[in-house]
Design a protein around this ligand. Structure first.
Ligand code: DAH
Length: 359
């Protein structure tokens, strides 16, 4: 009986077309409840005489079936690999698909923020950030805007719904509130720049309701206007990538600085549709600055008899447009893939002072 069984099982193994059906045979014959296993369990009930002949016969049967299965499994595995190789052909003549890092583009605003960061980092400045949704206190009061002062109106503020106490949060109208937040948490000497998003109710070809500023703040015991002028001049030369550039400081007013100044840089507008920096006899206003007002130092928890500071604030969007010749601010926020392909920057070309800011 076990001879016909053996012929039958070996034939089934030989006929198994894949690893799954081979495994099914193994389980049916040699598994815990398999046919051959059950026969081997019967050995215990046999007389010693019977066992002497049946034992070796059944062991032999089990070993032969087991090795037939192992052999067949190898054959099937080889065949499976061969079949896969036959179907998975690689067409080496196809064009190479570029990687996301090669196709993606950095938005000019992000690029310009990276350039600004690289320049100030080289001078020893750290980056500070604060929330876009600000309290009235940080956006105005702590910056020495008195209640009801017209300067508050000039900011075209977006107000949020008042809370239970009637206080209205605002979308910050400038990056200056981060001056106060930094003074509250860091001891002088403070040397920071604050790049970020700012918001005002204004919208046309040169204004968008969300725009970007970079603020600078230096506080220590001896910070002075001479230092301020040097920092701004070095920044402008590096940013506009010119060897020299004339600057003009005009008296102005901001509640949070005293004295306050506006800064113009030398430019040439004689060629139509083009502005060049560091040459010509025209001027362009690019930033506001001044010595930090004693009330602002006090609001930041610093004693104005011990500490003094200077600060400045500059719009990023417009200088990005000027530097890279982009005529309409609104295109920045249109999410048009053709625009970003044209004006965008390669992700791995990170701006550095030694490697060049804009190439
Ligand atoms: N916060 C001002 C604005 O948005 C810009 C500014 C002017 C910032 C003078 C300053 C500063 O830190 O000193 O118009």
């Amino acid at each position: 009986m076990s001879e016909t069984l053996e012929t039958e099982v070996l034939a089934a193994i030989e006929a198994a077309g894949d690893e799954a059906s081979l495994e099914a045979i193994r389980v049916a014959e040699l598994g815990k409840k398999g046919r051959i296993s059950e026969m081997m369990k019967g050995l215990g009930k046999m007389s010693p005489e019977e066992r002497k002949t049946e034992g070796p016969r059944l062991n032999g049967l089990r070993d032969r079936v087991q090795s037939a299965i192992t052999e067949r499994r190898e054959v099937l595995a080889d065949a499976a690999i061969a079949a896969r190789l036959a179907t998975e052909t690689v067409d080496v003549t196809l064009p190479v698909r570029s990687s996301p890092a090669a196709r993606g583009r950095i938005h000019p605003i992000s690029q310009v923020i990276d350039e600004i960061t690289a320049i100030y980092a080289d001078m020893g400045f750290a980056i500070a950030e604060g929330p876009d949704i600000e309290t009235d206190y940080y956006n105005f009061t702590a910056l020495n805007f008195p209640e009801g002062h017209p300067a508050r109106e000039m900011h075209d503020t977006f107000f949020l719904q008042p809370d239970e106490s009637g206080a209205r949060k605002v979308l910050r109208t400038h990056t200056s509130p981060v001056q106060i937040r930094t003074m509250e948490t860091q001891k002088p000497p403070i040397r920071i720049i604050i790049p970020g998003k700012t918001y005002r109710q204004d919208s046309d070809a040169t204004h968008s309701p969300m725009f970007h500023q970079v603020e600078g703040l230096v506080v220590d015991k001896s910070a002075n206007i001479g230092n301020l002028k040097w920092v701004l001049e070095e920044f402008c030369k590096a940013f506009f990538e010119v060897d020299s550039l004339k600057m003009r400081f005009r008296p102005s007013f901001f509640p949070f600085t005293e004295p306050s100044m506006e800064v113009d840089i030398q430019c040439d507008r004689s060629r139509p549709g083009e502005v060049r920096f560091g040459e010509g006899d025209d001027w362009m206003e690019i930033l506001g600055c001044g010595m930090v007002h004693p009330n602002v130092l006090r609001a930041g928890g610093l004693d104005p008899d011990v500490y003094q500071g200077f600060a400045w604030g500059m719009g990023i969007d417009r200088i990005a447009m000027l530097k890279y010749g982009m005529p309409d601010l609104r295109a920045f926020f249109d999410a048009d893939i053709r625009w970003i392909e044209h004006y965008g920057f390669r992700p791995l070309d990170m701006p550095t002072l030694f490697g060049g800011l804009s190439q």
